[in-house]
Design a protein around this ligand. Structure first.
Ligand SMILES: Nc1ncnc2c1ncn2[C@@H]1O[C@H](COP(=O)(O)OP(=O)(O)OP(=O)(O)O)[C@@H](O)[C@H]1O
Ligand SMILES: [Mg+2]
Length: 367
């Protein structure tokens, strides 16, 4: 089964070709350099960049995979959620190609793709994560922590293509929170990796931020972002009406590193506490699967391994659980994960979509 997949939901134009879940080619053209200047994504600019990049990106995917259209069994594309203009470019391209080449078209939910990044088989020469080296994959039932630029969710999956959202953020997403804190500290876009890098030299215990008291498995991150802002203002000796974009000029390198490390520690603790709670409430879960851009975070990976590794851990009695993280190259947006999600849709007997009527949706829950 050879699948061509296309991803264009935000600011990466990507195409990948996978054969039975194994990568033949994987092309990602990021718009990060364009949006560094603005400090964030501008939807119209993103859509125009997709328009320019999408055909060369698909062309390169075929060249790298050394196959032709005759070899393709199906096309997959992200149709929700994401930026409207960006989604339109990817879906219209995929619809046109499906009609032109008479191939079945699979419309894939972006968060499903992030979760399925944990099933991607890399060519053995590039395999990096433990799961891929051992050729072991998550087993069901599982809990997935989806942590990305637009989402923070805990999803229970009893089997492939079965998604129950058991926790979600009530306000900001965790990636968005990293990005906003980076802006306060004057760190470059994209904020997550910048905060993580600055945190490496910082003291995670210098500043204390409160954990939100949210019932159940839901999250809230807007309070944490405000707590960072207020603490920075206090540290700089200015009032709460002082413009947040000018604070960076008052901070030294050590303060920036300590704020980054302290914020990151709090964010990681909040995420993992909820995952632990989810595991307690769903003791049958055999795997915990991390997904989305923030899952690249090393502090999170290390803390998760420490928290869930030992079956003798007092907080996790009688529970052994296997942890899965996507390989770093698949934690952010890419098309290989879209192909992977489509592969398991096809295996589950989910029918293809109609290329003449496929619509997009900027927001929709995983289903
Ligand atoms: N090492 C890291 N530590 C923390 N955050 C990170 C790291 N690397 C990337 N991020 C964050 O991940 C987010 C991007 O992830 P992703 O590409 O999955 O999000 P998105 O596609 O924009 O949103 P969504 O998937 O919800 O539609 C950004 O907020 C970025 O700052
Ligand atoms: Mg994403």
């Amino acid at each position: 089964m050879i699948i061509l997949a296309i991803e264009s939901s935000c600011d990466e134009t990507a195409a990948a070709i996978l054969k039975d879940g194994e990568i033949l080619s994987n092309i990602v053209v990021s718009q990060i350099d364009i949006f560094k200047t603005y400090g964030g994504v501008i939807p119209e600019v993103a859509a125009r960049s997709h328009l320019e990049a999408i055909l060369p990106v698909i062309d390169k995917a075929f060249t790298d995979a050394e196959i032709t259209w005759n070899d393709i069994d199906a096309i997959a594309v992200t149709h929700t959620p994401g930026l409207l203009g960006s989604l339109l470019i990817g879906t219209l391209t995929a619809r046109t190609l499906a009609i032109l080449h008479d191939k079945p078209l699979y419309a894939v939910h972006h968060l499903k793709s992030h979760i399925y990044s944990n099933w991607i088989k890399e060519p053995s020469s590039t395999a990096s994560s433990q799961s891929q080296k051992d050729e072991t994959f998550p087993t069901f039932p599982l809990l997935s922590l989806v942590i990305s630029g637009g989402h923070t969710q805990i999803i229970y999956m009893k089997e492939h293509n079965s998604f129950e959202i058991i926790g979600t953020t009530l306000d900001d997403a965790i990636g968005e929170c990293f990005d906003k804190v980076a802006k306060i500290l004057g760190l470059p876009y994209p904020g997550g990796p910048s905060v993580a890098k600055a945190a490496e030299k910082g003291d995670p215990d210098r500043y204390k931020f409160p954990h939100p008291r949210i019932e159940g498995l839901n999250f809230s991150f807007s309070g944490l972002k405000t707590a960072v802002l207020r603490t920075v203002q206090k540290e700089c000796g200015v009032g709460i009406d002082f413009p947040s974009h000018d604070l960076k000029n008052l901070l030294n390198e050590k303060q920036i590193a300590d704020f980054s490390a302290s914020f990151q520690k709090t964010a990681v603790d909040i995420l993992l506490e909820k995952v632990a709670q989810a595991k307690t409430e769903h003791p049958d879960a055999k795997s915990i699967v991390f997904a989305g851009g923030v899952s690249a975070n090393s502090a999170l990976r290390n803390a998760a391994k420490k928290k869930f590794a030992s079956s003798s851990n007092d907080n996790m009695p009688n529970n052994t659980v296997a942890l899965f993280f996507p390989s770093h190259m698949f934690s952010g947006d890419n098309a290989a994960m879209v192909a992977m999600a489509a592969y398991y849709e096809i295996k589950s007997g989910i029918p293809p979509t109609d290329p003449y009527s496929l619509d997009i949706s900027p927001r929709s829950a995983i289903a």
